[in-house]
Design a protein around this ligand. Structure first.
Ligand SMILES: *Cc1c(COP(=O)(O)O)cnc(C)c1O
Length: 394
């Protein structure tokens, strides 16, 4: 029977420590979580600025519902493009410094839009090995030749670009790598894109709102200009605290996406409530650095607290219990083995600390890790509890 085969596959997942378990939260997104009546401090969400449950966003959402209703009723090109969507796009373009921005329902859909719209069969995509799954899927959907370079390796990328006979070339990268927290070498990537006349598509899901002046993101972090060959994707369900995504770029590129991108055209426009909440969110993101400053203080506290644990747990050569060198809110602690990572995550959970255990295929084999994500809504005390528990378990 066809389902016996599935049953076998499911059992294999359990055996290999790859089974994933959803938990139902009984409180809104925030550092304080409740699951099955049990109180936990959560280090799981991508709500880096603590805006998902912010009073200003809630108020904007309620006012938005009163003024605009709940649904958009159609796709953007038919009749679903409401004034709050238009206002938000203008704000996003001004904030990121690009001529235009186009709103999408999710980051996954935005990525699926960009790559197939810009390249096809006789073209080539040059992608970082650690790119997000949505970018990998986008390349497949485009049917372009997929060339993957070792993580952040500009020299290897240059060799691939030099050897490529492709008509059109596109360089594709996460700006902040979602499971490692490190940054792509964006200035070097832009220089190569210029030299080889390639598009540079940057997915700033984890940098937008967090990095750079006023939280403008990874491009601002590196002081890069809004070059015409640059296409920026940012998500609005992480630091921005709501849902959705945008693509910002040159007017020609954005018009092309609007005319041609299937995941833009054949889907209902997101709720106007979300657009109203996001307009308020952008005002908070750009309005001051207090949230980001607090986040960086917590990051430093965690890194100080955990430094030296690897040596403590297994001597100088030990690679376990090491934080990856991440300058962002994503702080991955490498454990290695799937079962051990699960065991440690379980022990933390028993202590009221919820940290996700990230295993293959999300990360390479033997690099299972605890992906600690910090937010501006955490307190120094909460981070202190996590540090103490990690030191006890190592
Ligand atoms: C989360 C994420 C996405 C997808 O964005 P959604 O809005 O959640 O669909 C895309 N790229 C990266 C790097 C991400 O981390």
């Amino acid at each position: 029977m066809i389902w016996n085969e599935l049953q076998g596959e499911l059992e294999a997942l359990q055996r290999d420590g790859l089974w994933r378990q959803r938990r139902t939260l009984e409180l809104p997104c925030g550092p304080q979580a409740r699951v099955d009546g049990r109180e936990l401090i959560s280090f799981c969400s991508n709500d880096y600025l603590g805006l998902a449950n912010d009073p200003a966003l809630i108020e904007a959402a309620c006012a938005g519902a009163n003024a605009w209703g709940v649904g958009s009723g159609a796709s953007h090109l038919v009749s679903g493009h409401l004034a709050p969507h238009a206002v938000l796009e203008e704000k996003l373009a001004a904030f990121t410094g690009f001529p235009r921005a186009l709103l999408f329902s999710t980051g996954y859909l935005a990525n699926l839009a960009i790559v197939p719209a810009l390249v096809g069969r006789r073209d080539a995509v040059f992608a970082d090995r650690l790119n997000h799954a949505s970018l990998i899927d986008a390349v497949q959907l485009s049917r372009a030749d997929s060339q993957r370079y070792p993580h952040g390796d500009l020299a290897a990328l240059e060799r691939l670009l030099t050897a490529s006979p492709a008509r059109r070339k596109l360089i594709l990268t996460d700006a902040v790598f979602s499971m490692d927290g490190d940054l792509a070498p964006l200035p070097g990537l832009l220089a190569l894109a210029e030299r080889f006349d390639a598009w540079l598509v940057v997915d700033d899901a984890h940098g937008f709102g967090v990095l750079g002046e006023h939280g403008r993101g990874s491009l601002a972090h590196f002081g890069l200009p809004a070059a015409r060959r640059l296409v920026l994707m940012g998500t609005l369900g992480k630091a921005a605290g709501a849902a959705g995504a945008f693509v910002a770029g040159d007017t020609t590129v954005i018009e092309w996406l609007e005319q041609r991108a299937r995941t833009y055209i054949f889907t209902t426009a997101s709720s106007p409530i979300v657009a109203c909440a996001l307009a308020a969110s952008l005002d908070l993101i750009s309005g001051g650095d207090a949230r980001r400053d607090h986040l960086w203080r917590l990051t430093a506290q965690l890194r100080d607290g955990v430094s030296g644990l690897a040596e403590l747990a297994g001597g100088l050569a030990n690679t376990r219990w090491r934080l990856l060198p991440s300058p962002t809110a994503i702080q991955p602690l490498i454990i290695g083995d799937n079962h051990e990572t699960l065991r440690i995550a379980g022990a933390l959970y028993e202590r009221g600390l919820w940290v996700p255990a990230i295993r293959p295929p999300t990360v390479p084999a033997s690099s299972a890790r605890l992906r600690i994500s910090l937010t501006a809504a955490h307190s120094a005390q909460q981070v202190g509890r996590l540090v103490d528990a990690l030191r006890e378990l190592a």
